[in-house]
Design a protein around this ligand. Sequence first.
Ligand code: NAP
Length: 488
Amino acid sequence: MSALVTYQNYVHGQYISNGSGETFEVINPATGSVSYLVEVATDAVKQAAIDSAKAGFAVWSKMTPMERSRILLKAVALLREHNDELAAGEVLDTGKPWQEASVVDIVTGADSIEFFAGLAPSIEGNQQPVGEDFYYTRREPLGICAGIGAWNYPLQIACWKAAPALACGNVMIFKPSEETPRGAMRLAEIFTQAGVPDGVFNVVQGDGRVGAWLTTNDDIAKVSFTGEVGTGTKVMAAASSTLKEVTMELGGKSPLIIFNDADVDNAVSAAMLANFYTQGEVCTNGTRVFVQKDMYPQFIERLKQRTENNIVCGDPMDAETNFGALISRSHQQKVLEYIAIGQKEGATLLTGGTALQPENAPHGFFVAPTIFTDCTDDMTIAKEEIFGPVMSVFTFEDEQEVIQRANNTHLGLAAGVFTQDITRAHRVIHQLEAGICWINAYGASPAEMPVGGYKMSGIGRENGNETLKAYTQIKAVYVGMQPLESPF
Ligand code: NAP
């Protein structure tokens, strides 16, 4: 057996030793075995990351936006050139199917950097006369931003956070989830290769303690966080001690509403995409599927038939596999516990409900695509984010009823509506308390579109024009054109 590779923290354009040799293991979710080791960021590494970021900021923030844009576009080209190698790394770390990672994860990460690189030179201040005097504004970068990522889209999350931050002239210290540390390291290497100056994108490794350090460090101006609601509230509280700006991309329990007049096959496709894509580990998942009464029998019949016949669970690197392994054994157990609670509380298991051991990946952390019917709004599975392949189906009679039930949650990340009635589609969407909405679609998230949550699902947005403002601060400069009038 060959020795495992050990990765170090990426600071100032290179990997640096942590001095202590302390490491953590990264497990391949599809095999259950250790893929590689990573050195934990010690105090020496953290200080080096801060010193380096300060030096990086001094260089990067002085460049013209056009210069920054050109360099970022080189990184975009490199990401695309290395798509397959990078996607394979994401598959090995996350357990998601190659089918998805090879066409989504790197592509959407690169798109976001390309989008913000294009916008960078358009960042403007304004000028306003005030009598003979005038004032003008400058949009200046914030300084050192921290990025803290979840494990479901590791490289894409790193790109989505780095893109607006770097485009606006900030630098970033990024901490990936300790379960998926590879994508951010590879992004850091690519930035260096593209010509991004040293210190502009550093990667520190470790668990929540390294994240917590970022949220309280005096030199950090902003924290952009992706993860669970519970962690997000801790991060925000910690960041408040030094009044850091925050962007919070948190969990959801999103409704997918299907009216009688919807195209049934489209609606079934949406429900499956919204629950089984990335084996259910997507923040925007439409896990509460509300189906209008008359549509219900045919919808359920096709949903069961397609779920049982069209899902190929197995080795995520196999080209045929469209349903992968959950991130860890403990997460697999958590999802199975939610399924047991669903049964105990009286929901009917339509299909799935068990762990799976596919022949070509018998030791992976798989859970079968699971559908519950006869669900009621007060069940635990209807209220809590499971973050696995567990769909709950509900029936409803009329529009106002379903809007009220869909909004009856403290979360508000996403929502979807399926209907052929164009006025109803917009009317319903306008009343749903969610930041990311789809009509006759589900899950698409192009770089141009701002995404983020209402209520407890988040604060601020990623992607889209909106996000630029969150990575700059306004300096207002008043210019006196005449001698000062003074009573003194
Ligand atoms: P998590 O447990 O909240 O962890 C997220 C990140 O925070 C990890 O890097 C984690 O480190 C770190 N962390 C833990 N404790 C911390 C602390 N006290 N201070 C600072 N950082 C800390 O979430 P997860 O399990 O990785 O991801 C799943 C969740 O992310 C789901 O709820 C999902 O809905 C949400 N998500 C949201 C979006 C969105 O755009 N809205 C996108 C993707 C995922 P370690 O894990 O290394 O300990």
